[in-house]
Write a protein that binds this ligand. Structure first.
Ligand SMILES: [Mn+2]
Length: 386
């Protein structure tokens, strides 16, 4: 049995006001080409298919197109489960009908484990799916008052799966959850607000392969449990990650060999650091100019419209950070206070004003600025209780 594990597509994602739908269509074209070449029996999508519960229509159209090409074009069965970004009811629409055509969608968690069986020359492989559910819903479904966390919820779901298949035979579990010890990225939304949402990997022991979704960095969470990661980098913190999907070969005994197959995005997501003049003088040294960039400027002086200047050379700069500037006004540094050089906040603003307008501030303007500054400082003192 050969299957490909992917997840966290987040179709319809907007990244720093940039619609990523074309990037998602580009990477999924590559994915469809891979499926058509490798001819796996099954494709597994481990949740966060969409970025939002009510996805935009271009995201729905893209998913429709990709799934049609996989199921009808490549003749591959697809098994898909709800993540914490998806709406269980909306994803579940038509699932009984679609299953007859080879698209198995497990939208809503049920008391009875969801299972799609796919056979190869050695017999059946059972693919179980556990959609993302909150503990309150799990308590109701399983009629168990002790379900208070993702851990107790997943343990009960797995106990039911094992009792369904007798704990033997070849079995795969799809789940969208946070396995304890795995590493997270900036672009994941926490599974619970303030609660404990980690699941111990031992709940999955005994299954041939566990296809996990939620964490965006590809990684192993246990010897038999893997995150395929997201198909694209969805935060600048993921700049150094290599995105991939997992191609798995399962033998007659259920033993699995997983191989990560790299995907190449239409535009990379990267971070550049340096001084504005230096960066603009040699843009070729900073890689592909079309990439989605976060630029961290180390300049100490005021710069007029750094984003506009950078975009003339790097059209897809999405974020400009000024750490020097930020640290001067951050609450940690005690607010906007006179610097070590003895100059006051008014002096700094005076210099900034001159830099931008090429004129001196009038006495009236200085007075107005001081008034605003005093109000801000009084407000800060109130918040800090000083
Ligand atoms: Mn996700």
């Amino acid at each position: 049995m050969r299957f490909i594990h992917t997840g966290d597509w987040h179709l319809g994602r907007v990244f720093h006001q940039m619609q990523l739908i074309e990037d998602q269509a580009y990477i999924l074209d590559q994915f469809v080409a891979l499926v058509s070449e490798e001819k796996p029996d099954v494709v597994l999508i481990s949740g966060d298919v969409y970025d939002r519960a009510v996805p935009p229509t271009d995201a729905v159209n893209l998913l429709n197109d990709v799934l049609s090409r996989l199921v009808l074009g490549c003749g591959t069965q697809v098994i898909m489960v709800t993540g914490n970004h998806d709406s269980p009811d909306r994803l579940n629409f038509g699932s009984d009908i679609l299953a007859k055509g080879g698209l198995h969608v497990c939208g809503q968690c049920c008391a009875q484990p969801y299972c799609a069986t796919v056979a190869d020359e050695y017999g059946p492989v059972q693919f179980y799916a556990v959609p993302f559910t909150d503990p309150a819903r799990g308590r109701e479904l399983f009629g168990d008052e002790d379900i208070r966390s993702q851990q107790s919820l997943m343990a009960e779901a797995c106990r039911r799966i094992i009792s369904d298949n007798g704990g033997n035979g070849r079995s795969v579990v799809l789940a969208h959850t946070y396995v304890a010890g795995a590493s997270s990225s900036e672009s994941e939304r926490p599974l619970s607000m303030g609660g404990v949402d980690e699941v111990d990997p031992t709940v999955f022991s005994g299954f041939s392969y566990v296809a996990l979704g939620h964490l965006h960095c590809p990684q192993a969470a246990a010897p038999n449990a893997f995150y395929a990661g997201s198909i694209l980098k969805y935060s600048f913190g993921e700049g150094k990650q290599v995105k991939s999907v997992n191609l798995i070969e399962m033998d007659s005994s259920g033993k699995c060999k997983a191989e990560a197959v790299k995907l190449s995005a239409r535009r990379d997501v990267r971070v550049i650091e340096g001084e504005l003049e230096v960066i603009l003088a040699n843009p070729a040294c900073y890689g592909c100019a079309d990439d989605y960039l976060q630029i961290i400027l180390h300049d100490k002086q005021a710069i007029l419209d750094p984003m506009g200047k950078l975009r003339e050379v790097f059209p897809n700069v999405l974020d400009v950070q000024r750490p020097v500037f930020l640290s001067a006004i951050s609450p940690a540094s005690g607010g906007f206070r006179p610097g070590k050089d003895g100059r006051s906040a008014l002096d700094y603003f005076d210099a900034f004003y001159k830099e931008i307008t090429s004129q001196q501030m009038s006495d009236q303007e200085k007075e107005a600025f001081s008034g605003v500054l005093e109000k801000m400082e009084a407000c800060d003192r109130e918040v800090a209780g000083q």
